[in-house]
Design a protein around this ligand. Structure first.
Ligand code: 5GP
Ligand code: ZN
Length: 122
């Protein structure tokens, strides 16, 4: 497999490449899922493309398949990680984009957040 494009200074590229450890929930050639280091809720993990994309604002049609797979796998992983089933359970899926969008790490990531309330935020 070719090495996905990466930014050597990017925290999530380092996590994707195993240079910084993470608690994984999922991994394949294109996608990594790992627990957020500061969870807001009983379940809080992130899904990232292994390739460096700074945010949703830079996404192109070529990225649609990997983004679609990330969204499609979120409910299954949410149940695997302890979210209760829909409709009484469920989870929240968030993609913060840009400074005003609340984005702190500039490598595209999907937050998947759930579990019994109360949560710290949201
Ligand atoms: P953002 O605010 O950019 O949408 O979310 C970035 C998320 O990354 C935050 O929820 C933060 O807790 C998480 N995070 C930041 N640094 C690390 C890290 O080194 N490891 C993990 N697992 N999560 C991190
Ligand atoms: Zn990156």
């Amino acid at each position: 497999m070719t090495d996905p494009k990466h930014d050597p200074d990017c925290l999530f590229c380092k996590i994707a490449r195993g240079q910084i450890p993470s608690r994984k929930v999922y991994e394949d050639d294109e996608i990594l899922g790992f627990h957020d280091i500061h969870p807001w809720a009983p379940v809080h993990f992130l899904l990232i493309p292994k390739a460096h994309i700074p945010s949703l604002a830079q996404v192109t049609d070529a990225d649609a398949p990997v983004l679609g797979r990330m969204l499609a796998m979120a409910p299954r992983l949410a149940l695997q990680e302890g979210c209760n089933p829909y409709p009484d359970g469920g989870h929240r899926v968030i993609i913060n984009t840009g400074r005003e969008g609340g984005q702190e790490v500039h490598h595209l990531h999907v937050h998947v957040i759930g579990g019994p309330r109360p949560w710290l935020k949201g």
